[in-house]
Design a protein around this ligand. Structure first.
Ligand code: COA
Length: 258
């Protein structure tokens, strides 16, 4: 299951491409190869007139535990061309409707990628968290701009500075998600909504999305780039190295000397 060739599945049916995170044994944590597969799928979907909507989904028990921490520890230095940044540029500027189904934990990029989806359906077991500070890192995916905008600064500070998780009800109230359903129904609901979108005129969908996003598209793109520079630097610094080693060693991190 952890074989990266199978860890992201993409298939298209009735004009809807479905991208499934399929590395459940590692809690759908996302490796570099998986970012590359997702970036490729989004690029193909953007160019293919036969794809009108994309659905991103995980498993009913887990959406994603975020970036693979082993990759953080051992991977090459992140550059603008790294698969993760290709994926972030792809999802944040994706022109067609994006629908997500989220159940269980959605950690780090598991939550921040949702900021770029148009419709999000969550299982009642969904738990969102942005533990970048706890990992010695900083926000990514434009979340340092989009999270305060979405939930207000006070709640953003709890989510991003304290790294406190929030559950589906709070996410619904803040407008991160559209609806809460039993976990086994989330993927099916996302598919039904995607099919409704796919039956509408694509040019109207694309133009409406573009117009809705226009006022912040430039700011978000700039912020993703600025965050990426800081994030790439912080990955190599002592706080992050300690956090990653602690996770891999199944112990609590010790930041007292850092
Ligand atoms: N990177 C790499 N491996 C991960 C991972 C990650 N982000 N998240 C989970 N895994 C692995 C665990 O190491 C474990 O592997 P093992 O079976 O070989 O020991 C396996 O997935 C199961 O994880 P576990 O922690 O035992 O599951 P859980 O149900 O107790 O907890 C989470 C689930 C998501 C709450 C927990 O795994 C977690 O907090 N993960 C890290 C999240 C994180 O900090 N991500 C980075 C965000 S930037």
């Amino acid at each position: 299951m952890s074989d990266s060739t199978q860890a992201v599945l993409a298939h298209t049916e009735n004009n809807v491409m479905t991208i499934t995170l399929n590395r459940v044994d590692k809690k759908n944590s996302i490796t570099s190869a998986m970012y590359a597969a997702m970036a490729d799928a989004l690029e193909a979907a953007s160019l293919d007139a036969g794809v009108r909507v994309v659905v991103i989904q995980g498993h009913e028990s887990i959406f994603s535990a975020g970036n693979d921490i082993g990759d953080f520890l051992n991977g090459p230095a992140a550059t603008a061309d790294s698969p993760v940044f290709r994926f972030l540029r792809g999802i944040s500027s994706f022109p067609k409707p994006l629908v997500a189904a989220v159940c269980g934990p959605a950690v780090g990029i598991g939550t921040t990628m949702l900021l770029h989806c148009d419709l999000v359906y969550a299982g009642d077991n969904a738990a969102f968290s942005l533990p970048f500070v706890n990992l010695g890192l900083c926000p990514e995916a434009g979340s340092s701009f989009l999270v305060p905008q979405l939930m207000g600064y006070a709640r953003a500070a709890e989510a991003l500075l304290l790294g406190e998780p929030f559950m589906a009800e709070a996410a619904l109230e803040m407008g991160l998600i559209n609806r809460i359903v039993p976990p086994l129904e989330a993927n099916a609901l996302a598919q039904r909504q995607a099919q409704k979108l796919a039956a509408k005129p694509l040019s109207s969908l694309v133009e409406t999305k573009r117009l809705m996003k226009k006022s912040q598209a430039g700011v978000v793109a700039e912020r993703i780039t600025e965050e990426a520079v800081s994030f790439g630097r912080m990955l190599k610094e002592p706080a992050a190295r300690e956090a990653f080693s602690a996770f891999m060693g199944k112990r609590k991190p010790d930041f007292s000397q850092i």
